[in-house]
Structures are given as C-alpha cells and as structure tokens.
Design a protein around this ligand. Structure first.
Ligand code: AMP
Length: 398
C-alpha cells in the first residue's frame, strides 16, 4: 500500500504496531508481548495463529517478524511514507511532534533520566525501524507534549525552585495523545472546534490520568514528574503522602523498594490483593469479595475528587469525557464516580450508561444533568499516525 503510515508503540516488554493508509484508515494492527522472556509471542489482529518468536526475542526481533507478515500479506508491499513513534517523555524540549534527526534523538536520550523505564525502550523501537527502513522519515510523538501548555501554577511543585531550575523537577503530565484525541472528538460530537471546547478528560486504563482542557489546551492534569502521581491505577498508587518514604525508611524499607511497591504492587492490585484488572475486580466484588469492593470504591472516590479539582481550571465545561478500557467499558465506575458529584449538578442516565453511550452517540448524562457526560473510545495510534502524516505532508491533515 503506497503512502501508508506505520505506528510503533514500545512498552518495557511489549511492542504494538499499527498500519494506516494515507486517509488514516487503519489497515492492520499487531502486538508482541513478553519480549525478553522465553515465551515471547506476537499476534496480528484478525489472524488466528500467533507469529512465532524465538525465546528471549527483543523489540527488534518482534518488529522484524510483524513487518514481514505485513509485507507477505501485501499490506506493506512498498515502504511506508512515514513512521510515527510514541515517545513517553519529551521534557520541556518538545511541545509538539518532531521529525527524528540526530539532535532530536539526543534530546530524547537526555529526557531518559525523567523516564528511565520508558524512553530507552522507545529509543529501541526507533533504532529497530531505522534498521528496517533507513530512508523513511520518522516522527516522535510525545505523551508529554500536549501538556506543555500547563500554566506555571499547575506545573510547579511547592518545593525549592532550584529543584525545577537545576533538575527539571515539575509536573509534566502523560497520556497527552489520548487527551488531545478526546478534545478533538468531543468538539466534533458537540459541533464545536477544538479551540473553543473545554472538557475534563478522564483516561482510565491500566494507567489512569485526568486532564482539564480549556479552549483546546491542557491546563491541569493529574500525572506529574512521572506517571505515578494522581489517580488510583492498576498497580500504581497515585497520590500518597511523600512522608511515606521516610516512614517506611524508618521501618527498614529502602526508597528503591518503596518506589517499586508504589509502582508495581499498589493501586487496584494492592487494595484488592487479587488483581489489577477492573473487569475481574467487578466480578469478584459481585461475588462478595470485600477487598475488591473497597478497591473499586477508593478508585471511584479518588477519581471524583480529581474531577472536582479539575473544575478549578475551567471557566465553563462542555463535557466530562470517559475513555480508556475502564472509562469506556465500566458503567459501574462511571455511575459510582458521578454519584459523588451531585453537588456539582452531574447526573447520569442509567440506561444510556449501561450501553456505554453506544445507543446515544456517546452521551450518558441524565436529562437534568448540568453538564454533558460522554464516553469516547480512545485512539492513540490514530493521533500518532495523524501527527506523522502531518509532519511529512504538512497541510494534508486537518
Ligand atoms: P487499557 O489499559 O485502556 O487497555 O484498559 C485496561 C483496563 O480496562 C483493565 O483494568 C480492564 O479490566 C478494564 N476493562 C476492560 N473492559 C472492561 C469491562 N467491560 N468492565 C470493566 N473494566 C474493563
């Protein structure tokens, strides 16, 4: 397919690829998981059998295997027109997507100290596609870029200013591509332009963040220096008292271990003692498992508090938007969360909510709700493809 756009999203042990045509219709998508482990495997959407990967296969091996299948199937019979990469941390350097050249690579490497788990694997993806397609333009699309419009009052921590000036300690925010997509979709659904649309966007997946978007710009967000701050997540705690580090140090738990606990063993998993998966938690709670019920309660209450907090940044609100695996699929989470917000005038229509907005063009608010409430499926790959296409063919994408 001539003029196609290849999108690459590398996680620590996973790799997602998606292929779009030059009208941004998705042609194919694939996933490799458990990379670096003995049971690494890859799959292509719509294809029953998985793609064989050698034990210990790395990002590069998985990419080669997935691209070969795309080539053999005729979808990638000519080289793509551009390749878009998700890059987690762009620091303060990148306010928008960037065509990858030597200086951009150096800057991404520099940002790695802010995201040591993410940026190096994103670099691995860029290196793998460079080896396969050395002459094709590649574009880095940053999770942080959309939040570079945060005002100082929202991005500064109340710590000595030298920490910001010397080491870049500030709030950056993440999930920017998803929040950006939410405002463009909400604007389309409301018959407005993104530049005049103000929403609160709740991205609730395994990672969760919420963003206040005022007239198209991110003005406050729940994630901070790292993607640990803010909402309760699958295995991440979100906000805790920073005094916890010293408290646990006095109990003999070193900072590195506390960091691991907060990132990998907290959140829904930590509270329920069972799983980080919201769907499984809902089933467990249905069967009377109290810790799972508590985990869901804490998740929804924290989310509701943050929705309230996001109001402080807005002059008006066009819609509250739910997205991500939980936001799109859990009527229970949406209902419980909005149940805390009656004072603001939010109400929910039970019937529309139970259909996840699928019978009402995304709308789930009650007839008497002060604000619109929308469910919008996220599509981060599409945003990355759109940015990649815009970088190589300016003016082609609206
Ligand atoms: P994501 O990271 O966006 O893929 O979202 C993953 C999360 O969405 C997991 O916690 C899933 O359990 C959750 N999820 C997916 N489908 C459902 C569902 N039908 N009900 C509740 N949670 C769901």
């Amino acid at each position: 397919m001539e003029g196609s756009i290849l999108v690459i999203n590398c996680g620590s042990s996973s790799l997602k690829v998606a292929l779009f045509d030059d009208h941004l219709n998705k042609l194919a998508s694939g996933l490799a998981e458990r990379l670096g482990k003995d049971d690494a495997f890859a799959t292509l959407e719509g294809r029953k059998e998985s793609i064989e990967l050698a034990a210990g296969a790395k990002h590069r091996d998985a990419l080669n295997a997935l691209v070969k299948v795309l080539q053999d199937s005729g979808l990638l019979d000519v080289e793509p027109a551009a390749i878009g990469h998700r890059v987690v941390h762009g620091g303060e350097t990148f306010r928008q997507a960037a065509l990858i050249k030597e200086d951009v690579l150096d800057a991404i490497k520099e940002c790695a100290s802010l995201a040591p788990l993410h940026n190096p694997v994103n670099m691995a993806g860029i290196e793998a596609t460079t080896a396969l397609f050395p002459d094709i333009p590649q574009v880095a699309v940053f999770d942080t870029a959309f939040h570079q419009t945060l005002p100082e009052k929202a991005f500064l921590y109340a710590v000595p200013l030298s920490l910001y000036k010397d080491w870049g300690v500030r709030r950056y925010g993440f999930h920017g591509t998803s929040h950006q997509f939410m405002v463009s979709e909400a604007a389309r659904m409301l018959g407005k332009t993104p530049a005049t649309t103000s929403i609160i966007s709740a991205h609730l997946g395994n990672g969760c963040s919420i963003t206040a978007i005022r007239d198209g710009n991110s003005v406050d967000t729940s994630m901070g220096l790292t993607p640990l701050e803010g909402l309760v997540m699958g295995t991440r705690s979100g906000d805790v008292d920073p005094g916890l580090f010293d408290f646990l140090a006095n109990k003999g738990v070193p900072a590195r271990e506390v960091h691991r606990l907060l990132n990998n063993e907290s959140g829904l998993l930590g509270l329920s003692g069972q799983t980080n998966d919201m769907r499984s938690l809902c089933e467990l709670a249905d069967h009377g498992h109290e810790p799972s019920r508590t985990a869901i309660d804490v998740f929804c209450f924290r989310l509701a508090r943050y929705i309230g907090a996001m109001m402080a940044s807005l002059a008006h609100l066009d819609a509250l938007v739910f997205t991500g695996g939980i936001g799109e699929n859990s009527s229970l989470v949406r209902q419980k969360t909005l149940g805390h917000l009656v004072l603001f005038g939010f109400t929910i229509d039970k019937e529309l909510n139970s259909h996840h907005g699928s019978i009402s063009d995304g709308q789930i608010e009650g007839a008497d709700s002060r604000f619109r409430v929308l469910v919008i499926p996220t599509n981060e790959e599409l945003v990355i493809a759109r940015e990649a296409l815009a970088s190589v063919r300016p003016g082609m994408v609206g």
